[in-house]
Design a protein around this ligand. Structure first.
Ligand SMILES: [Zn+2]
Length: 232
């Protein structure tokens, strides 16, 4: 950790990744076990524990042995800034540079650590202050506020009800390419025509096209009812 300018502390890439990953994981659990973090980060358990201790000292995380970690408000601020950078970059790469949505994650992983707050702001302005990235993930604003939505997975979406694809939870390139083939991109209109029992396949109407997807895929596709929660 070092001060590169008077106003703002700059953290190492490893610290930023740690905080970002912990933030994303703690959306699903109150406290994130270090074992879960170490797996997600691809670093050893001892390094994870060591990092957690170091960040606890810097008051970025709360760390109690055997209880996992939770970010402090200061830790969340850092995480949200990196997440904002990441998602803005993904959208910028798609909209301005013509990348496809399955190509942008890796690029954004690298660039998210290197752009300044000023550049992030300029990208946001250039894109018209977007609220969602190409995968439907919400983009925190410059204050770290995130838009909240009630989304339901395609696996549970009511039969016959019109909905709109709002967010994809599995963002591996293979899955994204598959979903795109089926027309299941963010913003697409969708209805579930039939759902076979016992986690069988679903028959969908995606825009004007009928298609079939497995129940396993459906649980990663999140739907919103409002046409007006416009993607930008
Ligand atoms: Zn994304």
């Amino acid at each position: 950790m070092s001060d590169t300018n008077s106003s703002r502390v700059v953290y190492s890439e490893a610290i930023e990744d740690f905080l970002k990953t912990a933030y994303l994981l703690q959306q699903e659990q109150e406290r994130v076990p270090t074992s879960v973090l170490s797996e997600a980060l691809g670093i050893t358990a001892p390094s994870t524990t060591e990092m957690a201790k170091k960040l606890a000292k810097a008051k970025l995380v709360l760390h109690e042995p055997y209880r996992g970690i939770r970010l402090t408000a200061a830790g969340e601020r850092v995480a949200l800034e990196i997440i904002r950078n990441h998602r803005l970059l993904e959208l910028f790469l798609v909209q301005a540079l013509g990348y496809t949505w399955d190509e942008v994650h890796e690029e954004a992983e690298r660039l998210e650590h290197s752009i300044s707050e000023r550049m992030a702001q300029r990208i946001a302005e250039y894109l018209g202050d977007p609220r969602y990235d190409p995968h439907g993930d919400p983009i925190p604003d410059s204050e770290g506020q995130i838009p909240l939505r009630d989304l339901i997975s395609l696996a549970e979406w009511p039969l016959g009800e019109p909905g709109m694809v709002a967010r994809l939870r599995d963002q591996s390139s293979d899955m994204l390419r598959y979903l795109e083939e089926k027309g299941l991109v963010v913003g697409a209109q969708v209805r579930v025509l039939n759902r076979d029992p016992f986690e069988g396949p679903l028959t969908l109407m995606v825009e004007q096209q009928e298609c079939i997807v497995g129940a396993g895929v459906a649980q990663y596709v999140f739907i919103s009812s409002s046409r007006d929660s416009k993607m930008s």
